[in-house]
Ligand binder design. Structure first.
Ligand code: SDX
Length: 429
């Protein structure tokens, strides 16, 4: 980090604050001493201009539409590697050698089963429970089964907990799906690769052999890569804040799943598909674009816009290509939802409002159509996002825990409530 500084003048006082420079991307003004030196806080609800940490994992250039994991562009990782290779890269910082990759795959495969009593845990839910509600509970409950990997001060336990979650979250996700459709759970099969195993656990039934479609398995593996990590997004920031208190890793990831569920974040893929279905036909698009532009109408085009990308989300481009591949493989012609999506994108990208506000399709815009074609119900879309993002949350949590300067996150506030006043007895109110 090169040493620079910036001056801040407040209430007649000027203080000099250090500026830190990263490898690439904006400099940061280190305001750690601002309150002590000026008695004032900074104010940035939504953290539009605030860096919450130092990180070496993922970098996004929102203006250029660039996404790098440990320096490697997302399109190259999605094109040439598989999801577990990206998991290794996010966790260890380098692409694995063939023997490192074989060892990592083996270690993940050896943790795919969950404690048999987890199956009884599911029985407590209604069959129509949203699978995200089940996932928040089930992942948090892992702490009740794996006490031998909850000591975050022990590096060995941290790695075991990390491998357990990367391996078990897909199993729990498949169980959540099977439970809601009343089908028996399917055990993991270690003879299958990570994503084929997930498809098998979701779609196989005891009474017949489930044939893995390699095109669909490769497509879903690529979708997992696209969703693996994304800097300090809302759910990752939730995981970091939960982890900063020393909470066990299972609880931190459960908190991340809860945050991801929101329609402004990971829930957007489910909301985007519901929006496309509600629009229903290209003739109705102008009516919805008008609603999206109306300040008094809370309706937004789900799958559009992004806090960081003010250019095309690079993941959306790969997602769109994957969507066409999957529909072609399944022989789905003229999918009405795809027709609406393509036309909606065309209209929105040529509309003054969207151009001025730099609103482009994000990763969630095409994922729903693809996942629906693969046979997943909309209620499972965010669960699939959580399966993929688990490694990103863990890598970011691990980076924070291993940072010697790490301390509990405790933001301050601008207080706008009542000033000091005395209690009023009931009879005098
Ligand atoms: C994800 O952070 C990440 O990295 C997230 C993610 C990840 O991988 O972790 O990329 C995954 O969450 C992708 C985003 C999925 N969400 C959606 O698709 C929901 C629809 N999008 C919007 O809700 C919104 O764009 C957000 C939440 C994504 C971003 O919101 P911001 O950055 O707070 O921007 P904003 O709401 O202040 O919008 C800026 C302007 C506003 O107009 P003005 O108040 O300035 O007049 O753009 C408008 C908004 O009204 N706007 C939209 C819009 N998104 C923003 N108008 C219509 N439709 C939209 N989708």
């Amino acid at each position: 980090m090169s040493a620079k500084s910036g001056n801040v003048s407040l209430g007649g006082k000027t203080v000099e604050l250090p500026v830190k420079t990263g490898t690439i991307g904006p400099d940061v003004l280190d305001i750690g001493k601002l309150y002590a030196q000026t008695g004032a806080f900074t104010y940035d609800p939504g953290f539009t201009s605030t860096a919450s940490c130092e990180s070496a994992i993922t970098y996004i250039d929102g203006d250029e539409g660039v996404l790098l994991h440990r320096g490697y562009p997302i399109d190259q990782l999605a094109e040439h590697g598989d999801f577990l290779e990206t998991c290794y890269l996010l966790l260890y910082g380098e692409l694995p050698t063939p023997s490192q990759k074989a060892d990592f795959d083996y270690r993940v495969q050896r943790h795919t089963m969950v404690h048999e009593q987890m199956a009884r845990f599911f029985q407590g839910f209604r069959r129509d429970a949203h699978p995200m509600a089940v996932m928040v509970a089930a992942v948090g409950a892992l702490a009740a089964f794996y006490h031998d990997s909850t000591d975050i001060t022990d590096e060995k336990q941290r790695m075991i907990a990390s491998m357990r979650m990367i391996a078990k979250v897909p199993t729990l996700a498949a169980m959540a799906y099977k439970y809601t459709i009343g089908q028996p759970f399917v055990y993991p099969k270690n003879s299958l690769d990570y994503t084929s195993n997930f498809l098998n656990m979701c779609f196989a039934v005891p009474c017949e052999e489930y044939k893995i479609n390699p095109v669909l398995s490769r497509a879903l593996d690529r979708i997992f890569i696209l969703h693996a990590d994304h800097e300090q997004n809302a759910s990752t920031s939730t995981v970091r804040l939960a982890g900063s208190s020393g909470a066990n890793p299972f609880a931190c990831i459960a908190a991340g799943i809860a945050c991801l569920w929101g329609p402004a974040h990971g829930g957007a893929n489910e909301a985007a598909l519901k929006m496309l279905a509600e629009i229903g036909h290209i003739d109705r698009i102008p009516e919805y674009v008008k609603k999206a532009k109306d300040k008094n109408d809370p309706f937004r085009l789900m799958g559009f816009g992004h806090r960081v990308y003010k250019n095309y989300d690079p993941r959306a481009k790969i997602m769109q290509k994957t969507c066409h591949e999957v529909l072609a493989e399944l022989g789905v012609k003229d999918d009405p939802l795809l027709e609406v999506a393509v036309e909606l994108e065309r209209i929105a990208l040529s509309d003054e409002y969207f151009i001025e506000k730099k609103l482009y399709p994000n990763v969630d815009f095409y994922s729903g159509i693809t996942l629906k074609a693969m046979g997943f119900p909309t209620s499972m879309f965010t669960v699939l996002f959580a399966v993929a993002r688990t490694v990103g949350w863990i890598a970011q949590w691990k980076e924070m825990i291993e940072d010697p300067t790490q301390k509990i996150g405790r933001p301050r506030q601008l207080y706008t409530g009542a000033a000091l006043r005395d209690y009023v007895p009931t009879g005098k109110r």
